[in-house]
Design a protein around this ligand. Sequence first.
Ligand SMILES: O=C(O)COP(=O)(O)O
Ligand SMILES: [Mg+2]
Length: 222
Amino acid sequence: MIKLLLTDLDGTLTIDRGTYKLDLEAINSLRRAESSGVKVALVSGNSYPVLRGLYNYLGLSGGIVAENGCLVFYSGNSIITCDTVPRRLIDEFKAIFNLKESWQNEFRKADFGFTPAEINNEMIKWASERDLVVQSSGYALHLSGKPGGKGVGVRKLLELHGIVREEVAAIGDSKTDIEMFEYATIRGAVANADPALLKVSNVTLKLKSGRGVTEFIDMILR
Ligand SMILES: O=C(O)COP(=O)(O)O
Ligand SMILES: [Mg+2]
């Protein structure tokens, strides 16, 4: 029986990929899941303050995995799950690859965002030579300390809940959600998701982004 729904934010709870506008029907569906006893957790590359505000006002109770897996919040406690990145390496990464820092970086502890979001082998090589991890969600580049990635945060969140992957469902839209899917038994990629995520989903959704969330929750609550 599903006790926890893990949902990504950008491109999943929004009306489409590439817009910040939330799909209000999807928000209602999250509320329906919570009132049916399925706790909802936000799992996103966004910073903790952004996600905590949304979490509180949406009335969710399943916890938060912020900073692309590097910060976990659940029942009053927050845990950093990745090594941090020294400011001099953040500046070096930005300068060498001619990137713009996310405005959220001042609120981040271990994972830092940059645009444009395109990732290349030079970046991956540069990061690994410095014991760092770089990933792209398609919306932003994420530079973090080891281990990095949504998987480490989701694993910690399930531990805090005391549940196993058979009790977990997950929905997302990007490559960075692949690691989240490893900890869920029902895995829905929204119809407009990155092909790499569609490949590892086990539920085919017909609808895109937020409409796909409603389709997924209707299925889980049936
Ligand atoms: O912050 C990002 O890179 C995208 O955020 P997401 O993980 O909610 O899609
Ligand atoms: Mg996303």
